[in-house]
Write a protein that binds this ligand. Structure first.
Ligand code: IDP
Ligand code: MG
Length: 144
């Protein structure tokens, strides 16, 4: 196993529900360490750029509208197999299909308003972390 970093987002629907803390608890319970964190209210251009891979999908416009509808929390998360660990903790895209105990099962509203984002691969994690964080905004510390 290898220590990796991944990009997580606590999406605007979660902020509306007042569950930032509940989600951060899931992060740390999954042995994922927050090594970067900031609150942002994405504008259209920044949300479009982040989700550019989906620009030809039918849900792209609605997704961008949702992601710009309110603030979010972006997080760089570090841990063993962080990319898979965070996606497993989040659950599959559609909350109706997400396994019991996952964030999306417990807190997601629908396939669009699904509580959190997680990078899906090494290259996307690198791109997505750099999309929101300068290298000097990422920290190192040890859990003791
Ligand atoms: P992921 O977040 O599980 O990786 P993606 O397929 O990368 O899922 O889609 C990005 C985001 O777009 C999802 O998290 C969700 O918010 C939204 N989304 C995905 N599929 C649909 C859909 O079929 N309808 C509406 N929104 C969708
Ligand atoms: Mg994805």
């Amino acid at each position: 196993m290898a220590v990796e970093r991944t990009l997580g987002i606590i999406k605007p629907d979660s902020l509306e529900k007042g569950i930032i803390g509940e989600i951060l608890k899931r992060v740390e319970d999954a042995s994922l360490k927050v090594v970067g964190m900031k609150m942002l209210h994405l504008n259209t251009a920044r949300a479009e750029g982040f989700y550019a891979v989906h620009k030809d999908k039918p849900f792209y416009g609605s997704l961008v509208t949702f992601m710009t509808s309110g603030p979010c929390v972006v997080m760089a998360l570090e841990g063993e197999e962080a990319i898979k660990t965070w996606r497993d903790t989040a659950g599959v895209t559609n909350p109706e299909e997400a396994a019991d105990g996952t964030i999306r099962c417990d807190f997601g509203t629908n396939i669009e308003r699904n509580a959190v984002h997680g990078s899906d691969a090494t290259d996307t994690a690198k791109f997505e972390i750099a999309y929101f964080f300068e290298s000097n905004e990422l920290v190192n510390y040890e859990w003791v």
